[in-house]
Write a protein that binds this ligand. Sequence first.
Ligand code: DON
Length: 340
Amino acid sequence: MFEHDALGVAQQVSTGSLPPPPIVQRIVDEAHARYTGLGEGTVADYIPELAEADPAAFGLSVVGADGALHEAGETGIAFSIQSISKAFVFALVCDEIGHAAVHERVGVNNTGLPFNSLIAMELNDGSPMNPMVNAGAIATTALIPAASSDERWERVRQGLSRFAARELTVDEVVYRSETATNHRNRAIGKLLQSYGRLDPDPLETVDVYTRQCALSVTAHDLAVMGATLADGGVNPITGEQVVSSEVCRDTLTVLASCGMYERSGEWLFEIGLPAKSGVSGGVVAISPGKGGIGAYSPLLDAAGNSVRGQRVCAHLSRSLGLNLFASARGGASGSEESHE
Ligand code: DON
């Protein structure tokens, strides 16, 4: 990670809305320009096709809860959503089966271990622990009510498309590349089954999970999806209520504790927002009531989080007054004047 104070950006304080659009655009441009030259990190290659990503690709998008759009860089480049899908499938499942059932079946505590750990399950009596690690995500996908795996997959695809305000499709090359190499996730599915924690067929469930990870999105899509979670489940582009506001609260809570894997504590300490990353280089961060941030840069740190994605979110959190834990005596200082 990095030292918060090393950012050299003044900490603004949260108000009820984003600053006026020209200020947000200026700050988005600044954040993008500041980290364009940063070459730290490596492109993931454990899914062979991901190694083909352009290390220079970098897009940043902010969508307000009112639908206002602010973008810089390559916000239209398509990449596979990977683990970021976990957040939105979790929201769909919460909407279907409710808070208590998800809490009981999947859990909401951080494992402190890498996202594809099997040890975490073994140490916790087979509990997948939380929906943001692979075990918990596979268990969550299994909870989408459906009579067959095909129907479950279609419900996932349509649900995530409602968050994105457009019809999402699978990147078939990435899907096939991961299917050829996802032995570990199949082992996780079988282990869940052995503990009696998965009702549908484990390998079919892992296949649905692999497809959801291969859905093709852009940084812009991620910002729209995040803005939907920021606005009580109403998509700011379509006006559709995708999930309830209670589900958004529950999803953001789990993202805050588990969204950035074993680095979730550090992320919250430095940035103060619920967020989710994916191994292809996407990051979505959510400012409740205000909007969503979508970032894409495929250079990752050792935990699998986009390096530039983390930096731009830190910059925006500070400059736009988004940190949920920041306050100032006597009220907010996130006014237009304080940004000048
Ligand atoms: O299951 C996997 O390993 C991938 N489909 C997703 C992993 C991922 O995105 C982890 N991210 N940091």
